[in-house]
Design a protein around this ligand. Structure first.
Ligand code: GRF
Length: 222
């Protein structure tokens, strides 16, 4: 467990991957500013697009930003290798996907330390093309009684790695994709910083323990 006034203590180095509006990054920064992320430091933001609001949010917060665009590479392998090189330079303990819409063929070492948050209860409503409003439309079309968000480790398949935790919200009879999205995002704002804070407190090895707990039917944040 991290002891903040211990001489060998150093904060958890967090890198954030994004592609768009940056609301997830904004939530993480708000949690940090409200002292809900003690022991974590956002050291770098990597964006797959140049002119997106997520980049503006990062720069305004004084965080170094690297832009790595898939269109500048021949294929997913070349893009992935460039992204990995940029990440290696930032030397993160934890990588946090925050609305990152590209396929990163991440090496095994990052599969133990990369998180994503998905706006549905995986394994339902995940996979390629299931992002943003598409997810909430699909949940409503399927007349699901509830939805929520899932924090999971990332592997090479979209929305597939081991689950760390989920938060459930009801789907109301008069919901549209926007009202449902707002309810799910409120849950995201709570749970993602909690997971990051826990990694900062307990170390990266907590993630494997947490995934094992979830697989046994226990919530590691409970
Ligand atoms: C969030 O709803 C999250 O579930 C998903 O991306 C959405 C946020 O996008 N991973 P952004 O951070 O506003 O770009």
């Amino acid at each position: 467990m991290a002891i903040i006034n211990h001489p060998e203590y150093r904060p958890l180095r967090v890198a954030v991957l994004l592609s768009g509006g940056g609301s997830t990054l904004a939530n993480i920064l708000a949690a940090r500013d409200a002292d809900r992320l003690a022991g974590a430091q956002i050291v770098r933001v990597l964006s797959s697009r140049t002119n997106v609001h997520g980049v503006t949010i990062a720069r305004q917060a004084g965080i170094d930003v690297d832009v790595v665009r898939p269109r500048d590479f021949n294929d997913a392998a070349a893009f992935s290798s460039a992204l990995t090189t940029h990440l290696d330079a930032a030397n993160p303990d934890l990588v946090v996907m925050a609305g990152f819409l590209c396929h990163w063929l991440l090496p095994a070492r990052y599969q133990r330390s990369t998180l994503n948050i998905h706006p549905a209860l995986l394994p339902k409503f995940g996979g390629r093309g299931m992002f943003g409003e598409h997810v909430h439309r699909a949940v409503l079309a399927a007349r699901e009684p509830e939805s929520g968000c899932t924090v999971h480790l990332v592997d090479q398949e979209y929305d597939h790695g081991p689950i760390i935790t989920q938060r459930r919200v009801p789907v109301l009879s008069d919901d549209d994709p926007h009202t449902l999205a707002a309810r799910v995002q409120a849950a995201e704002r709570e749970v993602y910083p909690q997971v990051i804070e826990r990694v900062a407190r307990e170390g990266g090895q907590w993630l494997a323990r947490a995934a094992a707990m979830w697989a046994r039917g226990e919530d590691p944040l409970a």
